[in-house]
Design a protein around this ligand. Structure first.
Ligand code: B12
Ligand code: SF4
Ligand code: SF4
Length: 321
């Protein structure tokens, strides 16, 4: 937890470069509200300070990695959807403040508001923005989510945390789709998290092999980070509800409705059936497992052209094995 001034001047030259280069794919909203994303006062006129909090979702001791026949999902998505949960937690703080400081005004936010949360969190001393663009803490690594509370009171600001990346480049080297044009700048239109969570259409062919077995999000640039060796346990979030590996034939097969019922209330439930099916068909193509051929064949004439084309690509890839 830390305090940033309302005018934390979030973004800086890297943000300008990022906007100019159009690296947001189908996420057109990211190019909108540019000024408000940099300065909370654009949408909270009376803001003077911003309280920023980090909530660990690490699961120390639980192995997470490729499992034959399964697709991987990002670690943050195995617990109850954090958007409302963390906004509500910040809302409790707002309600408490209203009593402690009568007449005070504060606005909670988490992930959904036009604001550069990582920059504000960094200015509030929660950590530094690593070369993988993640906010990293020397105490709890990067497996944490961010939420904030805009405040109408001037509180003493914390100072930005020092950068501990040093000469390390593990995350840049490991990214399977080469999504970092330079340190700390992510080309979102090449990120597996974008392809598997946000993108509605076909995943471009040149990135399909790189997507590997990821079916929802991606953790590669965090898994390789030395600062995540000391994962702190999650205290503020509910326990994981599912494993980070999901059977591919269940995701795309006739029993997909059963899997979806297990995903209820989790961030992954936000993905519509078509998107998860597309991702599972892609992962089957990358699996090297011939057992998926019949299921893939059943999709080659699907009425959805994205699924049909993905199935054909995956069959062709399996045929090359
Ligand atoms: C859209 C979005 C995405 C998009 C695009 C992300 C992107 N970086 O462009 C996609 C779908 C790809 C995505 C992926 C992920 N996301 Co996301 N995402 C967001 C969202 C909603 C907006 C981010 C945004 O505005 N990006 C625009 C760029 C320009 O901003 P930025 O990366 O935050 O930071 C830039 C500037 O600060 C600047 N900068 C950084 N350091 C420095 C230093 C100096 C000196 C200067 C001048 C500038 C500068 O350059 C940075 C890179 O361009 C935020 C929530 C929010 N409102 O902030 C969550 C958020 C960033 N995501 C989050 C998470 C967890 C993820 C994933 C890990 C999910 C997953 N496992 O699949 C991946 C990680 C990918 C990665 N390596 O960053 C968390 C990050 C928590 C943390 N500890 O950092 C956030 C904060 C959500 C939350 N409330 O917790 N995400
Ligand atoms: S989340 Fe995956 S694809 Fe996206 S930048 Fe990190 S390693 Fe690359
Ligand atoms: S892997 Fe290395 S360069 Fe990347 S964020 Fe972690 S410490 Fe920084």
């Amino acid at each position: 937890m830390g305090i940033a001034p309302a005018a934390a001047s979030a973004g800086g030259p890297a943000y300008e470069a990022w906007l100019a280069a159009d690296m947001h794919g189908e996420m057109g909203y990211m190019a909108e509200n540019q000024d408000s994303r940099r300065d909370i006062r654009a949408w909270m006129k009376d803001a003077k300070s911003v309280l920023m909090c980090g909530f660990s979702y690490a699961n120390p001791g639980v192995e997470s990695g490729p499992v034959e026949g399964s697709g991987r999902i990002a670690r943050y998505s195995v617990r109850t959807d954090y958007h409302q949960l963390l906004r509500d937690k910040m809302g409790e703080l707002r309600d408490w403040l209203k009593i402690a400081v009568p007449g005070s005004h504060s606005v909670p936010f988490c992930d959904m508001s036009p604001i550069l949360e990582r920059s504000y969190a960094s200015a509030a001393g929660l950590g530094w923005q690593g070369k993988n663009a993640m906010l990293l803490s020397a105490d709890i690594g990067s497996y944490f989510l961010i939420a904030g509370l805009g405040l109408d009171m001037e509180l003493p600001a914390d100072s930005a945390g020092p950068d501990h990346c040093g000469t390390c480049t593990k995350c840049l080297d490991a990214c399977p789709t080469d999504a970092f044009p330079k340190e700390r700048v992510l080309d979102a239109s090449k990120c597996i998290a974008y392809f598997t969570i946000e993108s509605k259409g076909a995943i471009p062919e040149e990135f399909r092999a790189g997507v590997g077995d990821w079916v929802y999000g991606c953790d590669v640039c965090q898994e390789v980070c030395p600062w995540n060796r000391f994962e702190a346990p999650a205290r503020a979030l509910p326990p994981p509800k599912i494993a980070t590996e999901l059977p591919l034939d269940e995701l795309a097969g006739p029993k997909s409705a059963n899997v979806r019922s297990r995903l209820k209330g989790l961030p992954i439930a936000r993905a519509v059936r078509k998107r998860l099916t597309r991702n599972a068909l892609l992962a089957m193509g990358n699996s090297g497992l011939a057992k998926y051929k019949p299921l893939l064949e059943s999709y080659t004439d699907d009425k959805d052209p994205v699924l049909a084309e993905q199935a054909r690509w995956s069959l062709a890839r399996l045929a090359q094995e």
